[in-house]
Ligand binder design. Sequence first.
Ligand code: NAD
Length: 366
Amino acid sequence: MALKVLALAGDGIGPEVVNAALRVLDVAAKSIGLRIDLTEDLLHGAAWEKYGTFIRPQTLALAHAADALLVGATGGPAWDHIVVDGGPQEQDGLMKLRHELDAFACIRHARSWDALLEQTPFRADRIRGADIVVMRELCGGAMFTQTRGIETQADGSRRAFDLNEYSNNEIERFARVGFEVARRRRGKVVSVDKANVFIAGKLWREVVEEIGKAEFPDVELKHYFADNASYQMCCQPTVFDVILADNLFGDLLSDQSAAIAGSLGMLPSASLPDLPQAGRVRGTAIYEPVHGSAPDIAGQGIANPIGTILSVAMMLRYSAGEVDCAAQIEAAVDAALNAGNATRDIGGELGSGAMTDAIIAQFRAL
Ligand code: NAD
């Protein structure tokens, strides 16, 4: 089998972490006889500098033809102020890709690592064993709405708005992927909303409940208000398995979950256009670390590559169906950390390259 991969390193530390992850992908794929057909291209700021656009039509065509995208990060002070014609998806090459590929189901995985318990703001006994997937709806809600703007009122005051809207179809398809992910893990879902305040939250709760009862009766479902979910994630993170959240709450809760892992640099993600029951993804999925382009440390070779390396593990799991190989990469990361290897953000001194060497060595030894 061959996997068509398009690597889009993007901006800031993007190239550093993507190069590291591609090295791991090469070693892992060879170990199982999986051919990787790799293409690389520019995205967002890097594309703007060369072509004057955040993403070229050619890049979109390459993306549609690929099984999986490996993205580094996009953005930075040189481009964050640029406004181009069109909706929110036109303002960022990565948003455009998520929109075009309809990669609506974002899986963000945070777990505690025994070697990093002391690097977190939590007491070790509170977070040991925590392993949480925050599922973020990625193509709807206030972040993608076309109903947005700033209006000047008759009295000269200004009024700004971004409509938080969800249809039952958007919620249904997202809930299905979320329940399927839970079924493949520990079979527990907490759906998050503000049904006590927002009408969109009431529909969210109703639809998730319907899908759970009708199609996933074997998966345990609880509903939490988003503020309580955030609180409980601090107080008792080990009780969570899969959290279902809309675009905004998912953005917040997934960064919060990074505190359990010890650094934002540790978190991988997969953004899927579907996830059939017990099968691999049909269509193009996007794999990327949760962190941004970290302009403050870009170009220094000190970025933590683990979030991107774990994103490659997710790629093998969801797009190639190579579950054992994915688990081997995750075990290699764990073993490398347990052997005392660490980048600066997690209390060590290693650069991105040396951290990657340590993970590859552990992968080969397993
Ligand atoms: P950020 O995630 O880039 O950085 C936040 C902090 O975490 C910084 O101190 C940074 O040094 C650190 N950090 C992040 N990743 C790290 C890693 N792998 N290793 C070590 N330290 C790491 O967030 P920000 O500073 O708010 O945003 C910077 C730029 O990134 C902005 O232009 C923003 O729009 C963009 N951004 C992009 C994405 C994405 O591409 N998916 C996500 C978030 C932010």
